[in-house]
Design a binder for this molecule. Structure first.
Ligand SMILES: *Cc1c(COP(=O)(O)O)cnc(C)c1O
Length: 382
């Protein structure tokens, strides 16, 4: 792919988002969970990839439920999608009831006060909601004490129609972690208790890595985000997902350096011998993590690389806001000229690879892609 990509003169770097790959990943998850519906987490602008085009592609693939974090994200999504169910994970507050109703958003009720807030807003029709039970995250959702109080006084739910009960896995990316089965069993038991109050409801436990833990984790609906965007479900297993995101930049300048020169801020990269350094037109402001920079020289096996025509060039020194320096000494000179396209993410570097080099996770790499990147969508119906 890299060969065909030319970075426009006005831009420093281009991010390519493959909408067909997202649809393919959606279908792979569908076939992994044949008994369950597949909703899609599209919070944080669809993990940085653009909520409009991403949800359009997912809708075309058959997705009818989308998860966002905030009412504002829900309102934004509602403008381009009139029919989908949009679930707001952060839940209702007295000040956002009007937004939730106006945009026809379904809140997740995460606590007794949120149940009270939503019930109080009920006028004539019952207020639809999802109910979030905490089974071990200790983040959002009703904990054991709140659950007991709810079961002791079911009238708290008067005026509310619970359509779905959900919980969230803490360790699903570690398939052998004992917490997975413990959360699953606790969720099953809690759903049995609750449906005595709510009547029949749908149940939902699995995020992306949960999808790949087996059918006993699928319940009625799964809620993948990361896997749709190509991120691996687990570092311990091969990644079954198709890569969605590629980033290309270009060479701005090439120079020869020699001992005892240094490259970049902090003089952190000491050259050993005659080396050729290329400066690239992207940096941490574009979302390339500064922590991925190689500041201790070319430590064998540890250097993060950029790729030119499939050939690796190790990063040299600190990553700047707008620039990255790479060592191209071992590459043919014809590939190392200003204007040359350089792969930062693509066939040779996955978002997971880059995240590993930076000591973070690909979720953070994608959701922090910079607004300066020129976005190009591939595939889809547009
Ligand atoms: C973000 C989120 C998901 C999606 O998680 P992934 O690991 O990206 O698949 C699912 N459920 C909840 C409650 C979430 O907050």
């Amino acid at each position: 792919m890299a060969r065909d990509i030319v970075i426009p003169a006005d831009a420093g770097a281009v991010v390519i988002v493959d909408l067909d790959a997202i649809a393919e990943n959606y279908r792979l998850i569908q076939s992994t969970c044949p008994g369950a519906e597949v909703g899609a987490a599209v919070k944080a602008d669809a993990y940085g990839l653009g909520v409009g085009p991403v949800t359009a592609a997912l809708s075309d693939a058959g997705c009818t439920t989308f998860f966002v974090a905030t009412p504002a994200e829900g309102t934004h999504l509602r403008k381009t999608n009139a029919t989908a169910e949009i679930v707001v994970l952060n839940g209702p507050e007295p000040g956002n009831i009007a937004t939730l109703l106006d945009s026809r958003l379904t809140p997740t009720l995460n606590s007794l006060p949120q149940i009270e807030t939503w019930a109080a807003a009920s006028a004539n029709a019952p207020m639809e909601a999802w109910l979030h039970i905490d089974t071990g995250m200790n983040r959002l959702g009703l904990g054991p004490g709140e659950l007991e109080a709810l079961i002791a006084k079911p009238a708290r739910l008067d005026g509310i129609r619970i359509s779905t009960i959900l919980s969230h896995l803490a360790c699903a990316d570690t398939p052998d972690h004992p917490m997975n089965a413990a959360q699953r069993d606790s969720f099953t038991a809690t759903c049995e208790l609750l449906t005595a109050i709510t009547g029949p409801v749908r149940t939902s436990l699995a995020n992306s890595p949960g999808v790949f833990l087996g059918s006993e984790y699928h319940f009625n609906m799964v809620r993948p985000g990361a896997s749709l965007y190509g991120i691996r479900p687990s570092a311990e297993r091969p990644n079954p997902m198709k890569q969605v995101v590629e980033i290309y930049t270009k060479i701005l300048q090439v120079r020869d350096v020699d001992t005892p020169m240094t490259v970049g801020y902090g003089a952190a990269h000491q050259v050993t011998g005659t080396r050729r350094i290329a400066t690239l037109a992207a940096g941490y402001a574009d979302g390339y993590p500064r922590a991925a920079g190689n500041t201790a020289g070319h430590t064998e096996g540890k250097s993060m690389c950029a790729f030119i025509d499939g050939q690796p060039a190790p990063l040299a020194g600190r990553i700047s806001m707008d620039l990255i320096t790479i060592d191209v000494t071992d590459l043919p000179a014809a590939l190392c000229r200003p204007g040359q396209t350089v792969e930062l993410l693509g066939p040779n570097v996955t978002p997971d690879d880059l995240a590993d080099a930076a000591g973070t996770i690909a979720y953070e790499v994608l959701s922090r892609l910079g607004p300066r990147l020129q976005v190009e969508y591939r595939g889809g119906t547009n």
